[in-house]
Design a protein around this ligand. Structure first.
Ligand SMILES: Cc1ncc(C[n+]2csc(CCOP(=O)(O)OP(=O)(O)O)c2C)c(N)n1
Ligand SMILES: [Mg+2]
Length: 694
């Protein structure tokens, strides 16, 4: 294109658009300067600014609409300003104040979350680079699902999703999971990659084999635009064109925008320590470029100066106000750990008359079937759960045939996506039930569970609870070997912000799965694969009469499996066993011959856990055994034992016993070794005898 045509095209951008953009850019730049001038005060809490990246960010923010979703990253304060967040609100964030609109002082500057009418929506944004790609792609997946299922008002304007990323964050493996899914399923999402060539102090040459324009070519079906993101007009027009296509054609794009990084990496990592390219980079500053553009539209030097001074004055005033604004109340520290659940008591029929017993795996299947029947917003996805197999344990058999491939489907081998996408799905009002094929393979998804899923509600100050059910077959059985047998509950119960349940019977599985579904929080449902079909001798009791459709069990309530006779308790001849999962069956076996003297408590929920029932047991019997499938040396029951001993010291007649597996890094394949490693009835029995002798 000749220079004159470019020039005349340039003039076509409306004057008001440029003026508005200038206001946003000037605000962003002035904020960055103000923070820098007051760095002793403002860098109490770490922050980054968009200095250098403003043009593409403002071009994008200005064109977002209230029905849209955006995930800005920590350098995106210009996106926030241009979508309507005020400088004052941002300054409340920089000082972590109570009225910080995103988190009430809980999270860093420009780590937004927003659920306001008339604004684009923002799910909780973590600080982990690239990790927003999966939750945000989950939003687009949810929108597509709702559109295809007729769950969206057809007359409403079409929404789109933007995921903003730094160039270096795109080397994170999880970003490729998100791109893969967006390409495969053609989601209405735009990945904006702001390429400043820096990854803190590491540069592009050191950290990537290709930039996003080449990398994107590996994801068939994502269209790419590479632009100069410091040129406001080019940025605005590209965003405009891409938004139009995505709104009408519902398919994914990448906008790869080259930008200079002109500020510090963050307030704590300063450019003068390592940047050697600043003279060159400053030539690309989007701010003077926009001023030149304004001048071509007739703005005078004086008008520009006046506007800058107005903005500066306003920011000075608001800075002082923000600095002296209220801090969060200390009492609010424990607000929004879990959203209140409607399931607070056991309801429905646990053992309806005239029904036969079913195996545990079927109880789960029936529960999911009922949920899918009743709720169009419910869907099930994971590896191999789709029509061809219906789950490697057949735990989803027939569901895809009954409800269709849109509601029950296979995902690629992407545990991070399976878990992390629930954040976005839940934000758009869906209720994902997802499955990780084996507990041993939860590790690739653990980052999403910890970084995104578990903290969303707390760090968004109550705006974005994540409602999802994560089903995880678990436990050792029949020589599953080192990668199909592990127990992971101690790791999971250490992640605060998620609930963890571990039923040992079909009735409990059904009631808890339903409760998990109606819970507004993330719930991990551990399902022992050795109990699924009650094939192991002594586990027949895991089969149950299928409870009624409306049967629910509140999460956090233990179940008394066996009680001791009161005369034995009165004589001081009794003890209590606390366990869960397969531990229930080892304990039942061990109790044989002492049934009158032993009370058996099945925790069913590991977090929240039924402290009351455990304390009552300690006080009633004075002797307690904890039984777990995990390693004896490292399990969450050790903490429980400590707590029970602390709280019930005066009532206990003996130290609390713990029975668990032999402590090894993995469960060996050989069946004899597996047996030697696992607890069993005899070992529980030995502890019973030991306690009775005391
Ligand atoms: C998972 C994770 N690893 C490391 C970090 C530390 N870290 C913060 S910013 C950053 C560089 C990110 O570079 P880029 O994505 O290009 O964004 P830029 O800061 O250049 O805008 C790193 C490594 C982090 N926040 N998260
Ligand atoms: Mg970078």
């Amino acid at each position: 294109m000749s220079k004159t045509t470019t020039e005349s095209k340039r003039n076509m951008l409306k004057k008001e658009t440029l003026e508005k953009a200038f206001g946003f850019m000037c605000n962003a730049k002035t904020l960055a300067e103000k923070y820098e001038e007051n760095k002793e005060i403002t860098s109490k809490y770490v922050h980054a600014t968009s200095r250098g990246h403003e043009a593409i960010q403002v071009a994008l923010g200005m064109q977002l609409q209230p029905q849209d979703w955006v995930s800005p990253y920590y350098r995106d304060d210009s996106i926030l300003l241009s979508m309507g967040i005020t400088p004052y609100e941002l300054m409340l964030q920089v000082f972590a104040k109570k009225d910080d609109p995103f988190s009430g002082g809980r999270t860093y500057y420009a780590h937004p979350s927003l659920n306001r009418d008339d604004y684009p929506k923002i799910i909780h944004q973590s600080s982990a680079t690239g990790m927003q790609a999966i939750p945000t792609t989950g939003i687009a997946m949810g929108i597509q699902y709702k559109e295809n299922q007729g769950l969206i008002d057809k007359t409403a304007p079409p929404s789109l999703v933007v995921c903003s990323l730094g160039d270096a964050s795109c080397t994170e493996g999880e970003v490729s999971e998100a791109l893969q899914m967006a390409a495969l399923k053609q989601f209405p999402i735009i990945f904006l990659v702001q390429d400043n060539g820096w990854d803190i102090s590491a540069n592009a040459e050191e950290t990537r084999a290709q930039d996003m324009s080449k990398y994107a070519q590996g994801f068939n079906g994502i269209e790419l635009r590479t632009i100069d993101g410091s040129d406001f007009q080019a940025s605005y027009e590209t965003v405009q064109e891409v938004f139009q296509v995505v709104r009408s054609e519902r398919r994914p794009f990448i906008i790869h925008a080259h930008v200079p990084l002109l500020g510090h990496h963050t307030s704590g990592v300063r450019m003068e320590w390592y940047r050697d390219d600043l003279d060159e980079e400053r030539k690309k500053d989007p701010y003077p470029k926009l001023i030149d553009h304004l001048k071509r539209h007739g703005w005078s030097e004086k008008e520009i100066k006046d506007k800058e001074e107005d903005i500066r004055r306003e920011i000075d005033i608001k800075y002082d106000l923000a600095l002296s604004a209220e801090d969060p109340l200390i009492d609010s520290l424990t607000d929004h750990i879990f959203a209140p659940t409607p399931i607070t008591e056991e309801k429905g029929e646990r053992s309806p008359k005239g029904k036969k017993k079913t195996v545990m795996v079927d109880s789960a299947l029936f529960a999911v079937r009922e949920l899918l029947q009743k709720h169009p917003e419910a869907l099930l996805y994971g590896q191999d759960v789709g029509g061809r197999l219906g789950g490697v344990f057949r735990e989803a058999a027939t569901l895809a045939q009954t409800f269709g491939d849109a509601r029950v489907f296979n995902t690629p081998i992407q545990e991070a996506f399976i878990i992390g996408s629930t954040v976005g799905m839940s934000a758009v009002g869906l209720k994902p039930i997802v499955e990780v094929q084996f507990a041993d393979y939860i590790w690739p998804g653990l980052n999403q569970l910890f970084t995104e899923v578990s903290r969303s509600y707390y760090l968004s100050n109550g705006k974005w609870p994540v409602s999802c059910v994560i089903r995880v077959p678990i436990g050792a059985y029949g020589s599953g070997g080192p990668y199909h047998s592990s127990s992971v509950e101690s790791v999971l119960t250490n992640i605060r912000g998620i609930k963890v349940v571990y039923p040992s019977t079909g009735a409990d599985l059904k009631g808890l799965l339903k409760a998990a579904y109606y819970d507004p929080n993330p719930v991990v449902l551990l399902e022992h694969k050795g109990l699924y079909w009650s094939k192991i001798k002594g586990t027949e009791e895991s089969m149950s009469i299928e409870p009624s459709d409306d049967y629910v069990i509140p999460i956090g309530k233990a179940r008394t499996v066996r009680t001791a006779l009161s005369e034995e308790i009165e004589k001081g001849n009794s003890l209590g066993i606390i366990t869960y999962g397969r531990g229930v069956y080892w304990s039942l076996e061990a109790m044989k011959g002492n049934e009158d003297q032993i009370e058996l408590l099945d925790l069913r929920s590991l977090h929240p856990i039924d402290h009351q029932a455990m304390n009552t047991l300690c006080r009633k019997h004075g002797k307690v055994i904890l039984v777990t499938e995990e390693s004896i040396e490292c399990n969450f029951m050790l903490g429980i034992a400590g707590k029970l001993q602390r709280d019930n010291f005066m009532y206990l007649d003996a130290p609390i016993e713990i029975v668990g597996s032999v402590d090894t890094p993995a469960i060996p394949l050989n069946s004899e070794l597996e047996l030697a490693l696992l607890p069993n009835g005899e070992r529980v029995k030995a502890s019973i005898e030991k306690l009775f002798k005391l």
